[in-house]
Design a protein. Structure first.
Length: 305
């Protein structure tokens, strides 16, 4: 079973990301005519459905909900084998080997764990074991902290960048002689609706990322933001070792959720939009999440070969 770990600094949107991923599966994979289908493991239903219900009621996950989320298991299958969600060619049936089971693991407070790992803590080693044994690593990037290269002063993502470099180095060293020698990095820009427009303008970027189908343009867009903000992480991902573990070509996704301010306080409420003739869903970047599901299914399907 492919293991996918999700890492990010505090309040970077890890739990919300999982909730929206579940939303994309519920809304896009429940009808017979849909192009993919999914099944959440029984032991994962309580936690993930709780996050889903909060989003559907217009609320972000609270601290208690976040604490309850650590590991989600689901099975994902596609009708269009090897063609992708956005292909115009369609297969009428489901192949018997089209589904893949995934284990998604949320790593909390990993910066502290990395620091303890450097000091030789066995507790930290136990906490990071899931990361070291992963097949893909989802690196959450809080878009509200993005700056451009010529900004003076401390970099908001500097500590996170250093911790990520150490984490990726630990994975490489621990997997130097492992049977599986490839890890897939996946960058997810969270809260992209709140990114500083001036930072995008000064980086000569449009307000919105290129469409999901335009992979080359999306890669250039993402690198223009990641290179000045996570330079150590990007250098580690790009480095090519002569032997041992390597990092695959990264994938990039952009997450946003539209919100409204409540009348009684300054807190934000998740905006809902119509989905189908009678349904509702959060107003979010659904195409990005469907494309993410295709990405991890593709990783898993190649592992089965």
């Amino acid at each position: 079973m492919p293991r996918i770990v999700i890492v990010g600094d505090r309040n970077s949107g890890k739990t919300t990301f999982l909730g929206l991923l579940y939303t994309a599966q519920v809304k896009s994979g429940s009808d017979k005519a849909d192009d993919f289908r999914f099944h959440a493991a029984f032991e994962s239903l309580d936690e993930i459905s709780g996050v889903f219900q909060r989003l559907m009621s217009g609320s972000f996950p609270d601290s208690a909900t976040k604490e309850g989320i650590r590991e989600i298991t689901f099975r994902l299958g596609y009708r269009r084998l090897g063609r992708g969600i956005f292909s115009r060619q369609r297969s009428e049936g489901w192949a018997s080997d089209s589904s893949v089971a995934f284990q998604l693991i949320v790593v909390k407070s990993f910066e502290d764990d990395v620091a303890r790992h450097r000091e030789g803590s066995s507790i930290a080693d136990a906490t990071l074991r899931d990361v070291i044994g992963s097949d893909a690593i989802v690196i959450m990037v809080d878009a509200t902290k993005l700056v451009v290269a010529d900004d003076a002063g401390p970099q908001p993502l500097g500590k996170y960048d250093a911790a990520m470099e150490s984490l990726l180095t630990a994975i490489q060293r621990s997997r130097a002689h492992a049977e599986r020698t490839v890890v897939h990095p996946i960058f997810v820009f969270s809260k992209f609706d709140q990114v500083d427009p001036d930072a995008l303008h000064r980086a000569n970027l449009d307000r919105a990322p290129p469409a999901v189908r335009k992979k080359g343009a999306r890669e250039a867009f993402a690198k223009a933001l990641l290179d000045p903000n996570l330079p150590k992480t990007m250098a580690k991902v790009r480095a090519r070792e002569r032997r041992g573990l390597e990092f695959a070509t990264p994938s990039y996704f952009f997450s946003w959720v539209r919100t409204d301010e409540t009348a009684s306080s300054r807190s934000e409420k998740v905006r809902l939009r119509r989905s189908g003739p009678v349904g509702w869903e959060p107003d979010y970047s659904s195409d990005e999440y469907v494309a993410f599901l295709e990405c991890i299914w593709d990783i898993g399907s190649h592992m089965k070969v």
